[in-house]
Write a protein that binds this ligand. Structure first.
Ligand code: ZN
Length: 140
């Protein structure tokens, strides 16, 4: 395990806008506030969602699309830089009216309502290609 000691410099609470993409709003916030590294948690509801699952054998993302209202029962993610832009790596557990859940790497979702807590760090993190996984990871 590689690691880096960080200090938290700033904290935010945020209310996501209705009708806008969940992850894009996090990235726009990061750009506006010059946030180069952060972790966040969130909850709320979305009107649809596209969730990715990474096939470890094929090293390819597969997408699953849900065109239905879903609760964001839990959302966790982080912000770092990818190709010089803020990237919000976002995972979510989404629930249906019957309580069943779907979950995964959240690519996009239209926000119904959402609340976030964001804690930023004093050091920038930039993703780089990792040979072993074929993912863009933190070279700590
Ligand atoms: Zn992911």
């Amino acid at each position: 395990m590689d690691y880096l000691e960080v200090e938290s410099s700033r904290e935010f609470v945020a209310r996501l806008d209705h009708g806008r993409d969940w992850r894009a709003q996090v990235e726009a916030f990061a750009a506006d506030e010059d946030v180069a590294s952060a972790f966040f948690v969130g909850l709320g509801a979305v009107q649809d969602a596209v969730v990715y699952f990474y096939d470890q054998a094929d090293q390819e993302y597969g997408a699953v699309e849900f065109d239905e209202p879903l609760e964001v029962a839990a959302c966790v993610g982080n912000v770092s830089e990818l190709d010089g832009e803020p990237f919000a790596h976002t995972h979510a557990v989404l629930s249906r009216a019957d309580g069943s859940t779907v979950a995964g790497h959240l690519d996009r979702a239209t926000t119904f309502a959402g609340e976030l807590y964001v804690r930023t760090f004093d050091v920038p993190l930039e993703r780089a290609h990792d040979e072993t996984t074929d993912l863009d990871l933190w070279p700590l």
